[in-house]
Write a protein that binds this ligand. Structure first.
Ligand SMILES: Nc1ncnc2c1ncn2[C@@H]1O[C@H](COP(=O)(O)OP(=O)(O)OP(=O)(O)O)[C@@H](O)[C@H]1O
Length: 281
């Protein structure tokens, strides 16, 4: 998939069930414009990874539910779509005694020398590092340089910046923003970390229990900071997300609670750190 315009991402009535029959996604509908930077927000288990994996083709979506740049990526190939998620992060090659230039060359660094040098600079990568002898954050920076090296058109990012220090993360996010401004490309980023993100997204998607609760351009979302909040305690984005997650939790209810009609429940902690079983008559 190579297009002459930045690719939009359209999702229409996308539902997905896991092999065990449980529901992964329920009737997801989205229309993310070309060149947008979308933050995917939701509690643990909300369905963010499931959606990103379907968009990336890692999981097979029902036909005609996903269209990227106007084409069904499952019919016409997924060239230009980069997904950086957990599996990629766990790739063991980046833990072996190997040098950084060799790794960057292995993913096409020599074909894109300017991008390679820019990423090495932005991610503050030392070309003398050997990968078995670097910190987690240093390893992650090399991985990000590798993953972003080829000029993707759609980037699907499943939170993989957790071990970056604040400055590296900020530089990385600024780089991604510049990418969407100077090239034809579109980004969807699932994250729980909202530091330095207030000015970054063009769109928000809020997911809960496999569904999209609300989505749209940033301008649609406005939230008042509570009067008793310390002024710099949370950004407006942080307050919005906190409110969403609290409402989601209220809707979902507590886990392991007593369910009508069930004989046994192990809802109640016995107060001594153990689980007390209770007969429910
Ligand atoms: N292979 C699977 N089979 C059955 N259920 C699964 C499978 N993978 C994930 N799930 C369930 O699907 C739901 C959504 O998972 P998903 O990984 O998409 O959530 P998430 O929003 O990315 O969460 P997190 O923020 O914790 O990464 C969870 O309740 C999870 O337990």
């Amino acid at each position: 998939m190579q297009t002459s315009t930045a690719p939009s991402i359209e999702v229409r009535g996308l539902s997905y069930a896991f092999q065990d029959g449980s529901t992964g996604l329920k009737d997801v509908n989205l229309s993310l414009p070309a060149g947008s930077r979308t933050l995917l927000i939701g509690a643990n288990g909300a369905g963010k990874t499931s959606l990103l994996r379907l968009l990336s083709g890692k999981r097979l979506a029902p036909t005609n539910t996903i269209s990227i740049a106007g084409v069904d990526p499952f019919k016409d190939g997924l060239e230009g779509v980069t997904y950086l998620g957990v599996e990629w992060v766990l790739n063991s090659i980046v833990r072996t005694d190997i040098d950084v230039p060799t790794l960057l060359a292995s993913v096409g660094g020599d074909a894109f020398p300017e991008r390679r040098d820019e990423l090495v600079d932005i991610l503050d990568v030392d070309l003398n590092w050997r990968m078995h002898a670097v910190s987690d954050g240093e390893r992650r920076r090399v991985q990000l340089a590798m993953g972003l090296l080829r000029p993707w058109q759609v980037l699907l990012l499943d939170e993989i910046t957790v071990d970056l220090d604040l400055l590296s993360r900020s530089n990385f996010l600024a780089f991604l923003k510049r990418e969407t401004e100077r090239r034809l490309c579109t980004i969807v980023y699932a994250t729980h970390i909202l530091d330095n993100l207030a000015q970054w997204p063009t769109h928000l998607v809020h997911m809960c229990l496999g569904s999209v609760r609300e989505w749209g351009p940033m301008g649609r979302f406005h939230v008042e900071i509570p009067q008793n909040a310390y002024p710099s305690e949370n950004s407006q984005l942080g307050e919005l997300v906190l409110r969403w997650l609290r409402l989601d939790l209220e809707d979902r209810g507590p886990r392991n609670h007593e369910r009508p009609g069930q004989g046994l429940t192990y809802a109640n902690l016995d107060g001594k750190g153990g689980y007390g079983y209770e007969k429910n008559m």
